[in-house]
Write a protein that binds this ligand. Structure first.
Ligand SMILES: [Zn+2]
Ligand SMILES: [Zn+2]
Ligand SMILES: [Zn+2]
Length: 271
C-alpha cells in the first residue's frame, strides 16, 4: 500500500501542533489610556495604543493556559473568546497580574471543578490574602474554586505544555518568566542573572517587558530590552508591559530593529 510508505518525518511535521500565543494585554499597571490623562498616546485613535494589563494566552491545540489574571481578565477572556482554560500560571503577585482572579468563576461553573493555579509560595500567599473568601472553611456559595499548585525553579507541565521557569528580578522581587519550547515570556524584569539567561538562549521567539524610555527601578527601559534582545538574538522579539510614556505604537515601531516589534493587544503569533 503506497500510502503506508509516506515518510514518517513528513507525517510528524504536518501533524505537529504549533504554539499559538495571543497577547491579551500589553500595558503596564495603569493600562493605556491612563485615567484622566490626555497625552498623545492616551488620546490616540490607533487601536494598538489601547493596552489592557499584561497577560498572554498560550494554546497548542490541546492545552489552553493563560499567564496572569490582572484586573482586565474578564474582558480579555471575552475579547479573545476563550472557552476553556486548563490552568492559570502566575509570574508574580503584583495586583496588575492578579486582581481579576475572581472571574475564573465562569470557568468553574462551566466545567464544574476548580481551576488549577500554578504559583510560587509568594504568589500563593497573596492569593490567600486577597481572595481569602475562596479559602474559608465555610464558604459563601459561588465563590471561586481554586486549586493551588506550587511552582519553583523546576520545570512543570500543564497538560501538553512544558514550562521552564526563568527567575528574574523586578527590583527586589522574584518574578518568574517562562520558557515553553521555542517561546520565552518575561514580564516585569529589571535584571536577569547569567545562569537564568542560559535557559532563554535558543528561543526562537522572546517577549520582554519594556516600560518606557526613561530609567525605572523595576522594569527594563526600551534601550535595555533592545540590548538584551540583541544578546539573545531571537528570530522574533516582542516588547510588552508598556507605559503611556513610551509613546505612540507607530512611532516606537519605526525605531526598532527588524526582528523586534512592540506587541499590541489582540496580536496572535504562531511559533
Ligand atoms: Zn506588572
Ligand atoms: Zn497618557
Ligand atoms: Zn510587577
Amino acid at each position: 500500500m503506497p500510502l503506508l510508505k509516506a515518510p514518517v518525518t513528513d507525517l510528524i511535521s504536518t501533524t505537529k501542533s504549533l504554539l499559538k500565543v495571543t497577547f491579551l494585554g500589553t500595558g503596564t499597571s495603569q493600562g493605556v489610556p491612563v485615567i484622566a490623562c490626555s497625552c498623545d498616546t492616551c488620546i490616540s485613535a490607533d487601536p494598538r495604543d489601547k493596552r489592557l494589563r499584561t497577560s498572554v494566552l498560550i494554546e497548542d491545540g490541546t492545552t489552553t493556559v493563560v499567564i496572569d489574571s490582572g484586573p482586565d481578565f474578564r474582558q480579555q477572556m471575552l475579547r479573545a473568546g476563550v472557552k476553556k482554560l486548563d490552568g492559570l500560571v502566575f509570574t508574580h503577585e503584583h495586583k496588575d497580574h492578579l486582581a481579576g482572579l475572581d472571574d475564573v468563576r465562569a470557568f468553574n461553573f462551566q466545567v464544574g471543578k476548580a481551576i488549577d493555579l500554578y504559583a510560587s509560595d509568594a504568589v500563593q500567599q497573596a492569593i490567600r490574602r486577597e481572595f481569602h473568601y475562596a479559602f474559608e472553611s465555610v464558604r459563601y456559595p459561588g465563590v471561586p474554586e481554586l486549586n493551588l499548585i506550587t511552582i519553583d525553579s523546576r520545570p512543570f507541565r500543564v497538560g501538553t505544555l512544558e514550562f521552564t521557569p526563568i527567575r528574574v528580578k523586578h527590583y527586589l522581587m522574584d518574578v518568574f518568566g517562562f520558557r515553553i519550547g521555542p517561546f520565552t515570556y518575561i514580564t516585569d524584569a529589571k535584571s536577569i542573572a547569567q545562569d537564568e539567561l542560559q535557559k532563554v538562549r535558543g528561543s526562537r521567539c522572546i517577549v520582554l517587558n519594556a516600560l518606557r524610555r526613561e530609567p525605572h527601578i523595576s522594569h527594563f527601559t526600551l534601550e535595555e530590552a533592545i540590548g538584551l534582545m540583541n544578546d539573545l538574538c531571537p528570530e522574533n522579539g516582542y516588547l510588552t508591559h508598556l507605559s503611556h510614556q513610551m509613546g505612540l505604537h507607530s512611532q516606537v515601531s519605526s525605531e526598532l530593529p527588524s526582528n523586534i516589534q512592540i506587541a499590541y493587544d489582540g496580536l496572535t503569533i504562531e511559533i
